[in-house]
Design a protein around this ligand. Structure first.
Ligand SMILES: [Ca+2]
Length: 222
């Protein structure tokens, strides 16, 4: 009798587990998985100091910090992409957060008289903040899609700088972030970050918070 009762209770427990799995779809507690942009497949280009350049991996000091970061820089041409494939053991909605720094510089030379060197200091250079949710004629500034589906809307801002010191590398590494919801399928998720607008952005990393185990194979870029 006692054994029968145990079997019965075990049966109820099993039904409960299956019901939870059916309702939630995702099993483990949510956890963060980090994907460094410099380890993604880079297909991009932009304007470097020597003119048109392929997107490149660069390491440098972070703004207002003792630390260094590694980025995909010289990334400004529309249509450039970062691609990475994540294998998930569950189908679920997950939070995706992009960490990046604005490299959208602006310049005002109206106070400069080129015949008068004493006015050269009046040149103003700055970095614009980038609202990741802002929709341009071509779509959002940055588009993230999974397996070719609808783009994820990212909410967040990459901060700007009132005065940009071109020679201070850390000024190009003031990291901000934007988050959205991405739907992961069980199995392969080919995630593409597309640079929609022709403006400068230095890409740092993506963090996905998912109630699943996510794995990937990083790409070795130079
Ligand atoms: Ca990075």
């Amino acid at each position: 009798m006692k054994n029968l009762k145990s079997v019965f209770i075990a049966g109820i427990a099993l039904v409960a587990v299956f019901s939870m799995a059916a309702l939630g779809g995702c099993a483990p507690d949510p956890q963060d998985f980090t994907f460094e942009c410099e380890q993604m497949i880079i297909e991009g280009s932009g304007q470097g100091s020597a003119g048109a350049s392929p997107a490149a991996v660069e390491t440098g000091p972070l703004y207002d910090s003792e630390e260094e970061g590694t980025f995909v820089g010289t990334f400004s041409d529309a249509g450039s992409t970062l691609t990475f494939t994540v294998t998930s053991d569950y189908e679920c909605d997950a939070t995706i957060t992009l960490y990046a720094a604005s490299a959208k510089s602006g310049m005002d030379m109206s106070g400069v008289d080129w015949n008068d060197p004493t006015t050269y200091g009046n040149m103003k250079i700055w970095l614009d903040a980038i609202d990741l949710e802002e929709v341009t004629a071509d779509g959002a500034t940055v588009s993230i899609t999974n397996n070719g589906g609808a783009p994820v809307t990212l909410k967040g801002t990459l901060p700007g700088l009132e005065t940009l010191d071109m020679n201070n590398t850390s000024h190009w590494h003031q990291v901000g972030s934007g988050s959205g919801t991405i739907h992961l399928v069980k199995g392969e998720n080919k995630i593409v970050i597309e640079h929609v607008e022709s403006i400068g952005i230095n890409y740092d990393k993506v963090v996905i918070n998912a109630a699943a185990n996510l794995t990937w194979t990083p790409t070795e870029n130079e």
